[in-house]
Design a protein around this ligand. Structure first.
Ligand SMILES: [Zn+2]
Ligand SMILES: [Zn+2]
Length: 344
């Protein structure tokens, strides 16, 4: 088959790799129809995460059709159209039973291989998915391929961020960083009944999208001015970037007793605030990988309700063969891009 491979900093190639096959009785192989480049794919691409095996197939956002199942797969049949969260989960361990599928004791990230172990990802024509019963979800009626793909990561992760920020009635929620996940956090906070949702980003196109989903943004003001105006007013902040600067900004936006919900993937060892400052603000900090397998099923009614145009975040459609250009576009935020999907 052909796939994208990562071979070092900014080195994405579209090339022939071995076909995935059923290796264990609980595996499925999926023929991919649509995949996407995620913000977190940029960390190894830009050299901020290292240790991966050169030549691995990256990517964890995809939809497709089951073409083979192992003998112990019960819930899926060849021909089923499926979507997937970004990590595998068994569905039966204690973490999975409690809904924390992101921390399944048998779970692995899709699209990460290190020292010859791990899983190739979904920026490919085919993918092997272990623990298929606990990982893959048949695409519900009325769900488009793109919406199904967004449910597997960005929509679930944004919604998870809004949940961790305790979005709800009479609460003011700020969203720091309006990339795809931040935009989905805006929708999550509104869906969860937040009274005010205020969005922050440096890119005007992204603020416009946030406004279209119902966030307050103040376009004539610079981000600094908006931040000053709003300082200390948020009950909860969803931090969807993962930098020291963005955690500092999130911290400054919070009122005493506020909740900082951090869903950005951090690649630096420090937060933008100190333990003393956190103590002096009676801060609640929540962070961590979204249990997308649990949320993606729960969110199907929201995704199919027609209340939100989730697909509006997909600004570019390209093909798998254009993968190197797609990465460059996402990395450099060219041409107002938010989410880039690749047809396979
Ligand atoms: Zn992703
Ligand atoms: Zn499990």
């Amino acid at each position: 088959m052909r796939a994208l491979t990562l071979n070092g900093d900014q080195d994405i190639r579209f090339e022939a790799v071995p076909d995935p096959t059923i290796e264990r009785s609980t595996d499925a192989v999926v023929k991919i129809a649509l995949c996407a480049v995620c913000g977190s794919d940029l960390h190894p691409y830009n050299g901020k995460e290292s240790g991966y095996d050169q030549g691995m197939v990256p990517g964890h956002e995809f939809v497709g059709e089951v073409v083979a199942v192992g003998s112990d797969v019960d819930s899926l049949l060849v021909g089923d159209r499926v979507h997937a969260p970004f990590s595998t989960s068994c569905g039966t361990c204690r973490a999975c039973r409690s809904g924390l599928t992101a921390r399944c004791v048998h779970g692995q990230l899709l699209g990460w291989r290190q020292n010859g172990e791990g899983l190739n990802g979904g920026q490919a024509e085919y993918i092997r998915v272990p623990l298929a019963d606990g990982t893959l979800v048949a695409i519900a009626d009325g769900l488009s391929d793109i919406t199904a793909l967004l449910l597997g990561d960005v929509f679930s992760t944004g919604y998870h961020g809004a949940l961790m920020a305790e979005s709800g009635p009479e609460r003011t929620i700020a969203v720091v960083g309006c990339g795809p996940v931040g935009l989905m956090a805006v929708i999550g906070a509104i869906e969860q009944g937040a009274e005010r949702v205020v969005a922050f980003d440096l890119v005007e196109d992204r603020l416009r999208l946030a406004a279209s989903f119902g966030a307050e943004v103040s376009e004539p003001l610079s981000q600094e001015a908006l931040c000053d105006l709003f300082k200390g007013g948020a009950d909860g902040v969803v931090e969807a970037v993962g930098s020291e600067r963005s955690t500092r900004m999130a911290f400054d936006l919070l009122r005493p007793g506020g909740v900082l919900s951090s869903v950005g993937v951090h690649t630096r060892p420090e937060f933008g605030f100190t333990p003393v400052e956190a103590y002096d603000k009676n801060l609640t900090l929540r962070m961590g990988r979204c249990s997308a397998r649990t949320l993606m099923e729960r969110l199907i009614p929201v995704a199919t309700s027609g209340r939100y145009d989730l697909e509006a975040i997909v600004t570019h459609r390209m093909t798998l063969a254009d993968g190197a250009d797609a990465y460059e576009m996402v990395a450099n935020r060219q041409d107002g891009c938010a989410k880039v999907v690749l047809e396979v």
